[in-house]
Structure formats: structure tokens, C-alpha cells
Design a protein around this ligand. Sequence first.
Ligand code: PLP
Length: 394
Amino acid sequence: MKTAIYLDNNATTPLAPFLKKILIKKMEDWGNPSSINQTGREPKKIIREARQNLAKLLKVSSLELIFTSGGSEANNLALQGVFFSQVLPQLLDKTNSDKNVRNRFIISSVEHPSVFKTAEYLKKFGLKLDILPVNKDGQINLDQLKPLLGTDVAMLSIMYANNETGHIFPINKISNMVKDCGALLHCDAVQAFGKVPLNLKKLGADLVSFSSHKIYSLKGSGLLYVKKGVNINSLIQGGGQERFRRAGTENTLSIASFGLMAEHMLDSKIISEYFLKMKTLRDFMEEEILKNISNSKIIGKDFLRLPNTSNILFSNLNGESMLMSLDLKNIALSTGSACSSGSSEASKVLKAMGYCDNQARSSLRISLGWQTSKQDIVLFVKELISITKYLNTL
Ligand SMILES: Cc1ncc(COP(=O)(O)O)c(C=O)c1O
């Protein structure tokens, strides 16, 4: 691959070099983990160990973890799983008076499409949906959340950190408010995992989603934490895998990589060291850009953000033109969420935050990774300065 400087780590991360060697060996364990003959033994052990490592890292019981195919499936399982297990039966029970029914979900306006579209889809089955606004600095107002939390709310789904801007939501405070109204809390922690320390016991969420390929492991596995006692329906009917909550033969190799990365992150210094490294480089990069490129603005710069993410508006410039020019220099980044790239639509997240179409088209999302070096940032900023100068002359 030609890309010399990779600054799109929120889209996906490269496989950690230490995993490559181990995984080549694990490819020999090709058996079906459900097989009771000897070919199934090692794959079953791989999955058990991965689950134990993830449980240890997240400080939960391994019985509370369900492997999925990725973050999108984990989010779908959380929303659909709760809806079909807890909300739909109430709606179908004709003896229920409307007053007693919890048939409303709340989500923020900047959720990933795997939450947003799933919630919209469930409206067809009778779900009521409220959208909590997010302002231009990527912040929610808890005073706006309070009146939405009635006794008809079944679940609030809110991300830990936004994939496009990196802003972190106050999950602990939200959790207390949601508990007071008797609803469930789902948190999409796909972007936060590996970037900030996470302790699910302290977080206070009932369901939490994760994805392996955002933490330097293989694509193809994800995880949903479901707190003991919370019932969900399986999305996929079939075999009894994952204690009947997710049918289908497990992606052993990806799960192995996910578990090995969890084991690696058990060293408490890893996350804090990478946090500091990425934040120092990100802050340096932002300073250089603000100093050298007039009309550049960091979205929500002074608010709590992931250490690796920066979303920058360049007024009067087109994000896609900047991205293409940088791509020609072998520098990879993104204009919006990767999942919506391929279409030239303006970022839905920035539009939901109140930016107009033109502004939303003038942004770049830069996301650093564990592997990013100072030299990468210096070269990137140098190229960006010359590209913006050139584009400004057109
Ligand atoms: C916040 C967030 N949630 C969910 C997902 C989906 O994860 P996956 O790509 O594993 O399906 C993404 C992917 O970009 C994300 O950023």
C-alpha cells in the first residue's frame, strides 16, 4: 500500500505488528468452536480466553459479553434486542393501558448510523423516538435531556465519544438521570475504546458496544456488554452460540486478535501512554494549523475530546478537494465518517450540530493513531499549508 501517512484511525486502525505473528499461528486452529471433536477444542479455548481478557479489561463478568461481527451489529443488537424483548411485547399486550407502556427511545442527534437508522427502523413497529440536540461545540445540554426522561422511556442510547469530532459525552451524569427515570442506558463506546480508560462498572451503562478493528485488531468482531439481568432478543436466529443471544459460527481469528489486544491493554500504562502521545501530537498539529492557515477553526476545541481526533473547518475551501490533494501526496484522512464516504453528501453529524451545508463540506477529520509520529504530523501540516494556499488561489 502506498499511503505514507495515515491519519484516518477513526475509520479503522492498522493491525498491531505484535498481533501479526501470533495470528498467523492461530490460523492453524480452523475448526468450528462448537464442534465437540478435537478440531473444535483449540478454537473454543481461543474464544473463551478472548472473552476472559475483555471481561477483565472492562471489569465485568465474561457472561455479560456477547461477540458480534462488529460495532454496527453490537449497536443493532442493543437497540433491536431491547425493543423486541421489552418494548414490543408491551405494545402487543392489549390489556396494557397506554400510560404504563415504556415505548420511547432517546438518542443524540450525532449518533453513528448503526444507532440512528436502527432507531428510525424501529418506529415502524411502534417505537416513539426523541432526538437530543448537540450544539456547534459538540455538546449536549443536560437541561434539555431532563424533560425528555419520562416514565414512558425504555432506553437512552448515546455514544461515549463522537467518531467525527471526538467529543466525549458525560455518560456518568447521564446514567444517573436515566436510572432515576427507570430506563436503560446504551452507550456506543466504539471510538472511546483504546483511546481513554474504560471501566464499565463505573460507567453505569446497561449495554455498551465495541468493535475490534478500531483497536489495532482484525476486522470482523465486535462486542456487546449486556449487564446481568437485562433481557435482549437475538437478532440472528439459529444455533445456540453466545448463550442463545447471537447465533452463527464465531469469527475465531478476529476474536482471537480482539482478546489478545485486550490482554495487551491490561497493562494499565498502555492507554495512558498512548493518550498522552496522541494528545501531544494532536495539540501540536492544531496549533500549527491555526497559526499558519487563516480561516481554519477547530470544532469544539476547548471541550472534552478524544486525544486523537480533530475536526477542522476551513472556510471557503472544499474538504473533498483538500482530501484528494492530500491523497495524491499519500496522506490519508477523511472528510466525514468513513461509513458515508463514497457519496459526496455533506457530513450529517456537522449538519446536525448546526453547521450549514457549505461549512459541513469544508471540514477535514484528522484522527491520529498509536503509530503516528511527530514526523508524520510535521509533513502533513506542511502539505496541508501548501494545498490550502494553492486552493485559495483558484
Ligand atoms: C461510533 C461508532 N459506532 C459504531 C461504528 C461501527 O463499527 P463497525 O465498523 O465495527 O461496524 C463506528 C464505525 O466507524 C463508529 O465510529
